[in-house]
Design a binder for this molecule. Structure first.
Ligand code: DPX
Ligand code: MG
Length: 559
């Protein structure tokens, strides 16, 4: 026999979680003890539950799955924001919340950390809306099945789940967990449907002369990145990626044709997608932001859509066909068709050389992007927060092995600070670099203190343009102005007596260069470099993108 808390701990460890993110509260303290007792689990405290859930979201990007533990209501309500992000971004985050003692409902007790009624179900009902499975464990005997089925759902659907545990159950006895195969067993495609889908897709490909592949963000959660390369190399065609799938196909691959993002695309990518007579859309997600206000996406008649567990194209719709299996099987039947790659080579002029600014010159966005870009190596994971950071990051060319993380579906400004912290906790072997605007940073800034506490040598580029520039370009108003901070002093304030965090302020090209050199040497804590640029010094892509998104937002109501 074991206890409910130890059962849960074992299951979390069995699925590969080594660090879980927590904010303690009296509804979860005993559970936290049980989780910490497990030899393979090590908790990480966060400053608040928004950052806790976002750190778990970032951990899941690196580790494939994550868990965060919060207290009832006052904790979980903030954590819901990170769970919304995990849902939109297809990340299996397990949100665990303590909840009232099992006797209180029946005793009609009123409790703290509630809305002051006898209803203790509202949180579970809310969680059901933003997760793929949500359970409330109110009896120890229910715990094994509820825990197993909920965690299994997270892994199968690559979506967040919710487990609520009454505060008096963590030490209650329950059976020992069985083998990890109970929760890890993967599912296969239906063999007959898979064979039919591949046969029909191969026939469609043979009727087309200009095929390209467009890689979308779900290719990661479907674990199909290698299968995309297999199909690409069988066809020899051009491969473009959506902005939220940047780095999910190697940019050093000879068939890489850039980021397809309408007018914000990298050179030649939009033209080659438009030129194709068939676009194999792999794990793609077409939203108002990713289609630039519905102005840029392959026409439905030109698409072969290969999704996580479904393949669709004219006259065909096959479900229970898993992406990696489909792409691999199709690569064995697809005939070479390199026309789009030949054409892309004709279209794409050489990357424009960006010359360095003179050291004393006022820092420009272009010079800042040039210096950040030159920092990226195979070991780098570059986070770009919502803002002009997206557009700066998209234009940066990644060397072999470099990874790129954005949160383009949920788009919670400030996400990058806790998420990159969670990612770095999972992958201490990587150099995490974060680009975050001043407005975003002010949302979640206190999580930098955990980087100081854990001595994580992250480099944070804080882009100070004194406001919400994306919003300025969509629709300006006084609300886009924010209070300026002394960001360098702010970050160093976390050191107290023993921290090694460093803060720098760069107003010229030369100051940025020397700040970067110092940051590279600081291996015992975070280095924040405040890049002071002009409020209107933004990418041309943001200006045009903002115009079309504003137009999409402003469509008149249908009468
Ligand atoms: C206010 C908002 N979006 C609305 C918004 C408001 N609240 C949350 C949580 N998320 C959001 N996306 C956005 S994109 C700001 O321009 C971000 O400003 P900043 O971080 O400074 O970046 P830029 O200056 O490059 O735009
Ligand atoms: Mg800003």
């Amino acid at each position: 026999m074991t206890t409910v808390g130890s059962y849960l701990a074992t299951r979390l460890a069995q699925i590969g979680i080594k660090r879980h993110f927590v904010v303690p509260g009296d509804y979860n303290l005993v559970l936290l003890d049980k989780l910490q007792e497990h030899p393979d689990l090590n908790e990480i405290n966060c400053t608040n539950e928004l950052n806790c859930s976002m750190a778990a979201e970032g951990y899941a990007r690196a580790q494939g799955v994550a868990a965060c533990v919060v207290t009832y209501s006052v904790g979980a309500f903030s954590a819901f924001n990170g769970i919304g992000s995990a849902y939109g971004e297809n990340l299996p985050v397990i949100l665990i919340s303590g909840c009232p003692n099992t006797n209180d409902a029946g005793d009609f007790n009123l409790l703290h950390h509630t809305i002051g009624t006898h209803d203790f179900d509202y949180q579970l009902e809310m969680a059901k809306k933003i997760t793929t499975a949500a359970v409330s464990i109110r009896r120890a005997s229910d715990a094994p099945h509820m825990i197993d089925s909920t965690i299994r759902q997270a892994l199968l659907t690559q979506k967040p789940v919710y487990i609520e545990l009454a505060t008096n159950l963590a030490t209650q006895p329950c059976v020992l967990p069985g083998p990890e195969s109970v929760i890890l067993e993967s599912v296969e495609s239906d063999p007959i449907v898979l064979k039919d889908a591949v046969h029909q897709a191969a026939r469609l490909l043979s009727q087309k002369s200009k095929i390209s592949i467009l890689v979308g963000p779900k290719v990661r959660s479907a674990q199909a990145e290698l299968a995309v390369i297999q199909l690409a190399e069988a066809l020899g065609c051009a491969v473009t990626v959506m902005p939220s799938a940047k780095s999910f196909f190697p940019e050093t691959h000879p068939q890489y044709a850039g980021v397809y993002w309408g007018l914000a695309s990298t050179l030649g990518a939009e033209a080659i997608v438009d030129w194709s007579d068939l676009v194999i859309c792999v794990g793609t997600v077409f939203t108002d932001y990713s289609t630039v206000g519905w102005t840029a996406q392959p026409a439905p008649g030109v698409r072969l859509t290969a999704d996580v567990d479904q393949v669709q194209f004219s006259g065909t719709d096959c479900s229970r066909v898993y992406l990696a299996e489909f792409l691999s099987a199709l690569s064995l039947q697809a005939k070479r068709n390199p026309a789009t790659m030949v054409e892309y080579k004709r279209l794409s002029p050489p990357e424009p050389a960006v010359t360095a600014s003179p050291a004393k010159e006022q820092l420009s966005r272009k010079e800042m992007a040039r210096q950040i870009s030159s920092l990226i190596t195979a070991k780098t994971t570059l986070f770009a927060d919502t803002g002009d950071s997206w557009f700066n990051g998209i234009q940066m060319r990644l060397p072999e092995g470099a990874r790129f993380e954005v949160e383009m579906q949920w788009g919670h400004i400030g996400w990058s600070v806790p998420a990159s912290f969670g990612y770095a906790a999972a992958r201490p072997d990587r150099q995490v670099i974060t680009m975050v605007g001043d407005g975003s940073f002010q949302m979640t800034a206190q999580e930098v203190s955990q980087l100081t506490r854990l001595r994580i040598p992250m480099i944070i580029f804080l882009i100070n343009n004194i406001g919400y520039t994306i919003e300025v370009e969509i629709h300006d108003g006084i609300y886009n102005n924010i209070k300026n901070w002394d960001y360098a002093a702010f970050v160093e304030s976390f050191n107290a007596k023993d921290g090694q965090g460093r803060g720098f302020r760069a107003t010229t090209a030369g100051e940025l260069h020397s700040a970067i050199e110092s940051a590279k040497k600081n291996r015992n804590g975070p280095s924040l470099i405040e890049c002071v640029i002009d409020r209107d010094d933004c990418t041309k892509e943001l200006i045009s993108w903002g115009h079309f998104v504003a137009a999409a937002n402003g469509r008149a109501p249908r009468v």
